[in-house]
Design a protein around this ligand. Structure first.
Ligand SMILES: Cc1ncc(COP(=O)(O)O)c(C=O)c1O
Length: 361
């Protein structure tokens, strides 16, 4: 076990264990484990929180993307533009639908899709743009929406940001246990405005069926279960406080001078700091030095998606997305979670400072 983990999920839910136990006991008493009252209530509470008319609980964030594209009729012959600097699931979902992921460059200062580059990749086959609110920072939705194509927001890492959900045709979320709003296992959600699209997604998540025994589409089995929904309802009530604590931790890294040593993310009001991702040409030396001191770091999306073996058929090749490739080479994240304390953060910054001194001298 590292002395300082990258994220301490247990520290976040530990004070809520008695409340969770009671909620789980209630589910056990009731004996309804799928499509129960907690899922129905969570869907309403999440919709109110996100400011969208409807949300649909699903099995995970990957399925959420697949279901939305299926409901939109996106499939073979269609193109969907997305970043190559994101978790594999973003492009995987497009390919899973038999459509073609088209990778666009990112803006290095935000790590999110660069709308100008996206514009240059639109063809007659483009059916949608899939921005990712990476690391918890909202993508430039207004500029992307101005391109005139439907937006499917991959908001897996950004639940809690006021600046997402609603601009797009749909927003998808993952409740993987390290996410800002998390389940105690897998879970996902789709937020939608159009009631017809919502209805189709709702049916697709249960084998394309509205009423038992009648199957109108070939669908999936991808449901949020009752135990996870019971936990999510409790966690949703704490999310704003957790976001406040994450923002406080981000501000503290800046106050401690981390930005004098490495490039740190800009202070942006909509950022919910799922991760605190820095950049440095000495990235590898810093990460090894921190590991020696028992401090966890992580690096992201190297190789980026256009260079992943599973997507080699798309024929991108090295140097085809230079901004993305450079970011993949020099990024690293430092520990952050809701409630990380000042002393822990100081140890992290001291370790980075020492690593830089050693690697420069
Ligand atoms: C950007 C992004 N998209 C999609 C997913 C997929 O979510 P899940 O793991 O719940 O399937 C993840 C998360 O893990 C993610 O980070």
């Amino acid at each position: 076990m590292p002395k300082i983990p990258l994220v301490d999920v247990r520290a976040q839910y530990a004070p809520l264990i008695p409340e969770l136990q009671q909620a789980f006991a209630d589910v056990l008493d009731q004996g309804q484990f799928v499509f129960g009252p907690n899922v129905a209530a969570f869907e309403l509470e999440a919709a109110a929180y996100l400011g969208v008319p409807e949300t649909i609980g699903v099995g995970n964030g990957t399925d959420a993307l697949v279901l939305v594209m299926d409901a939109m009729g996106i499939g073979p012959g269609d193109e969907v533009i997305c970043p190559a600097f994101t978790f594999f699931a973003t492009a995987e979902a497009i390919a899973r639908r038999g459509a073609t992921p088209v990778f666009a460059e990112i803006d290095p200062s935000t790590c999110n899709l660069d709308p100008e580059d996206v514009a240059g990749r639109i063809t007659s086959r483009t059916r949608a743009i899939m921005p990712v609110h990476l690391f918890g920072r909202p993508a430039r939705l207004d500029d992307l929406a101005a391109l005139g194509l439907p937006l499917i927001e991959d908001a897996a890492q950004a639940f809690g940001s006021a600046d997402i959900a609603g601009h797009g045709v749909a927003s998808t979320f993952s409740f993987y246990p390290t996410k800002n709003l998390f389940a105690l296992g897998d879970g996902g959600l789709v937020g939608v405005r159009d009631p017809e699209l919502a209805e189709r997604i709702r049916m697709l998540r249960f084998h394309g069926s509205k009423a038992k025994k009648m199957f109108e589409y070939v669908g999936y089995n991808s449901r949020l279960d009752e135990i996870q929904a019971a936990a999510l309802r409790i966690f949703l009530r704490h999310l704003d406080e957790w976001t406040r604590l994450r923002r406080e931790a981000a501000a503290r890294y800046r106050e401690l001078g981390l930005g004098d040593l490495v490039e740190v993310p800009d202070d942006e009001p909509g950022h919910v700091y799922h991760l605190f991702v820095c950049r440095s040409p000495q990235r590898d030396a810093i990460c090894s030095a921190l590991a020696e001191r028992g401090i966890s770091t992580a690096t992201y999306y190297e190789p980026p998606l256009h260079l992943q073996p599973a997507l080699a058929y798309l024929d991108y090749g090295l140097d085809s997305l230079p901004v993305t490739e450079q970011l993949a080479r020099d990024n690293f994240s430092v520990p952050i979670w809701a409630g990380i304390d000042a002393d822990t953060q100081e140890q992290v910054v001291d370790a980075v400072r020492e690593a830089m001194t050693v690697s420069v001298s």
